[in-house]
Structure formats: C-alpha cells, structure tokens
Ligand binder design. Structure first.
Ligand SMILES: [Zn+2]
Length: 174
C-alpha cells in the first residue's frame, strides 16, 4: 500500500510516489550532493515534505561526508567496539572520551578528527592493550580480563595470518 501524506495543495491526505532528485544538503558548512528521496502527490504532482524521508536524506549526506573526510561510519565504530566486547560507555572511557560520545557517534553524529583517529587506532590489539592497561580502573576486574583475553587472541591471530602473507610476498620477489 502506498503511503498517505497530507498535501497542502489538495488540502487532504493523498497517496504519494517516491521520486529521486539531486539535492544539496549542508553538512558542517559543506554542501553535500545526494540523490534525495522526495514524495510526490499522486493527484497534483506537488513535492511533499516528509520528516522520515528528510531524515533518510540527511543520513545519506552524513555518510558521504564521512567517506569524503575518511571518518569511520557508525557501523564501523560499532564493529570495532563489538570485537572487544565493550559497551559504548566502557569504550568511550577507555579512549578518554565523554561517556555519551560513542553512543552519539553510533547513532549518527559526526565525530571530529581526534576521536576518529583514536577509534581507528583502537582497531589494533596492541593499542587496545595499552588503553586497557592505562584504563584498568575504568573496568570491573572481570571485564578487564575478558577484554584482555580477546586482545591476546587477536594478537596471536595476527601473527598467524601474517606469516603466510610474508612467505607469499617473498615467493613473488623471486
Ligand atoms: Zn496534491
């Protein structure tokens, strides 16, 4: 069933069709062009504003902005955090960020360069080991050992994975 939206021109709810137009959305004072989703009144052809469509368009613009500025996307941040089994607050505290920051980034806010760099670096188990040791008091004893165990596992895997890669590279050189 087609969605119904109030059309101010028809002065009643009308069924609408989705159309796509190139629109510019300002993100942090930078105009970002996206293929925006717009609703068109089936009866009169008027372009109708819709909060949900606008939210989706803005999210699209944010994703492009992050890509252009080499910033992590929300799901990439979540992936890094999930690999260590950390909650949003635990991860934020270990990084030295405010308690709510990671929650906001994962919900779609755009992070500045400094927190972005921290999160990128924290992918490395070696960096996470440093953060854990430094922030030992920020986690419960049990959580600390759980995360440290994961870090140890990742480090062991990295070595295993890198060995054949290096051998392979050597073969190519010959
Ligand atoms: Zn209409």
């Amino acid at each position: 069933m087609k969605p119904l939206i109030y059309c101010p021109k028809c002065r009643q709810e009308r069924s609408v069709s989705v159309n796509h137009t190139i629109e510019s959305y300002p993100v942090k004072n930078e105009p970002i062009e996206i293929k925006a989703e717009v609703f068109i009144c089936d009866a009169c052809g008027e372009e109708l504003w819709d909060q949900k469509a606008d939210d989706r368009n803005l999210e699209k613009a944010y994703r492009i902005y992050r890509k252009n500025h080499q910033l992590l996307q929300p799901e990439e941040i979540k992936n890094i955090r999930d690999r260590y089994g950390l909650t949003q607050i635990e991860y934020a505290r270990l990084l030295g960020l405010g308690d709510k920051t990671v929650t906001r980034y994962e919900a779609g806010s755009i992070q500045d360069n400094a927190p972005n760099n921290l999160m990128v670096l924290s992918r490395s188990p070696e960096v996470m080991r440093f953060l854990l040791e430094r922030g030992r008091s920020l986690l419960s004893k049990q959580k600390f050992s759980e995360v440290m165990e994961k870090v140890n596992g990742f480090e062991a895997n990295t070595i295993k994975k890198m060995t054949p890669l290096l051998l392979h590279d050597r073969e190519d050189d010959q």
